[in-house]
Design a binder for this molecule. Structure first.
Ligand SMILES: [Cu+2]
Length: 180
């Protein structure tokens, strides 16, 4: 039974003819057709889903320096996407506190204004001022601490600055969020 079925399939493949019975030929055709259909449907689903997924972003400072790590100076999200942003403060020095403040602009003037206002805002507000250009901000992370903020990416594609507003950090500790 098995060998005759094998021979039957073999002859099908070899000759590309449905010469050994209607059942075998139609089975083969059904499987091929439904496999192709499923694969197409799955890839459609995946691309539709990717627009809805939450973007997981992890940023880290470059050790004990006042700078974001090389891999943390930029990240890309989709317009309107929910972003789960984590700041892992991997610093070990007591003075290396950090946060991430996402701005609605990529202008130096705006980054400087918010950075200076952050210093004035002080410890009580985690060095995050009240400013209309702030889209989102994490709490201040002590060395070894991890903080998180969830926000919605702007609906407008473009480049947006993020800075650390801890005292004296905003000019050195910057990155860009690219919204596509
Ligand atoms: Cu910092």
């Amino acid at each position: 039974m098995k060998s005759s079925r094998f021979l039957c399939l073999f002859s099908l493949l070899a000759l590309l003819l449905a010469a050994c019975g209607g059942d075998a030929a139609s089975d083969g055709a059904d499987v091929a057709a439904s496999d192709g259909g499923d694969a197409a449907a799955e890839s459609d689903m995946a691309s539709a889903d990717s627009g809805m997924d939450v973007a997981e972003v992890v940023l880290r400072p470059a050790g004990d320096t006042i700078a974001f790590d090389e891999s943390s100076t930029s990240f890309t999200v989709q317009a309107g996407q929910t972003v789960n942003l984590t700041l892992e403060n991997v610093a070990t020095l007591d003075i290396m506190l950090h946060n991430v403040v996402i701005l609605s602009s990529n202008e130096d003037d705006v980054a400087n204004r918010v950075g200076m206002a952050g210093i004035a805002a002080g410890d009580a507000s985690g060095f995050v001022p009240e400013d209309p250009a702030i889209l989102a901000a994490t709490a201040l992370a002590l060395p070894g601490e991890t903080v998180q903020v969830t926000f919605e990416a702007p609906s407008e594609p473009g480049t947006y600055r993020y800075i650390c507003t801890y005292i004296g950090h905003h000019t050195l500790m910057q990155g860009t969020m690219i919204v596509t």
